[in-house]
Ligand binder design. Structure first.
Ligand code: E4P
Length: 269
């Protein structure tokens, strides 16, 4: 299992030193308030104002510039790849999603970053999956997010997407509310069960699409999915994992030798 940091917070990324990082619009909005990003916000807004005519275009361009500049900052710190998400308002428009993905990749390339270091995050709607199918053929690799159901995972694999992010916590949130229950043991957690089913199906049928569990609510869910290809984890839950005397962390990364040191990429700096 590869541990991925689910954050746009550059300080958290420096602290945890993950291989890869994932962002989304709400994580970027939260991160944008950090002093470290003050000048990036100014540059992004100034550039959007000078190049776009309508207010709507300016907002959209400023958001793209900021997402890519934060992505570039993250890539200076990590050895792997960053996921940058296409605006969810485009989720039901294949052509608009493809165009936005191409624009984001072009912006990365203008900043000297190869497309091989970026995953374009796209909602796993029918239109989003069709967009990913087109982009993958162009060599733009995608991370299909907002994936809650087995059928979405099957379609993503058949479309040849590089990676999926099946959600755990948001499925749990739904069941908690629907069934009026406060807690679920990890093995009966419907989000955990969903990701296990998807993972087993992919491996049974030899699909190459990478499975990266996402949207975690507690470390029990993370432990229950130890062995999955990748898990993207928030800094708060990484802190809880690191405080867990090491056993949970070792199990997570498949390290069965309890005497071995915890690998560096999950050790707090
Ligand atoms: C990662 O790909 C997702 O954007 C993230 O894990 C979503 O988590 P949330 O359900 O807490 O918003």
């Amino acid at each position: 299992t590869t541990v991925v940091a689910d954050t746009g917070d550059i300080d958290a990324i420096r602290k945890w030193q993950p291989i890869d990082a994932t962002t989304n619009p709400s994580l970027l909005l939260k991160a944008a308030a950090l002093p470290a990003y003050e000048s990036l916000i100014k540059t992004s807004v100034d550039r959007a104002i000078s190049q776009s005519s309508s207010q709507e275009e300016r907002l959209s361009s400023a958001t793209d510039y900021l997402a890519v500049s934060i992505g570039c900052e993250i890539l200076k710190t990590i050895p792997g790849r960053v996921s940058t998400e296409v605006d969810a308002r485009l989720s039901f428009d294949t052509e608009a999603t493809v165009n936005k993905a191409r624009k984001l990749i072009a912006l990365y390339e203008q900043n000297g970053v190869s497309k091989d270091r970026v995953l374009i995050k796209i909602a796993s709607t029918w239109e989003g999956i069709r967009a990913a199918e087109i982009l993958e053929k162009e060599g733009i690799q995608c991370n299909l997010t907002l994936l809650f159901a087995f059928v979405q995972a099957v379609a993503c694999a058949q479309a040849g997407t590089y990676l999926i992010s099946p959600f755990v916590g948001r499925i749990l949130d739904w069941y908690k509310q629907k069934e009026g229950r406060d807690s679920y043991a990890p093995d009966e957690d419907p989000g955990v069960i969903s990701v296990r089913n998807i993972y087993d199906f992919y491996k049974t049928h030899g699909f190459k699409t990478v499975v990266m569990g996402a949207s975690f609510r507690n470390t029990g869910e993370i432990e229950a999915l130890a062995g999955c290809d990748r898990l993207t984890i928030s800094p708060d839950l990484l802190t809880e994992l690191a405080n867990d005397s090491g056993d949970l962390t070792r199990k997570l990364i498949g390290q069965r030798d309890q005497t071995a040191p915890i690998p560096e990429y999950i050790t707090e700096k």
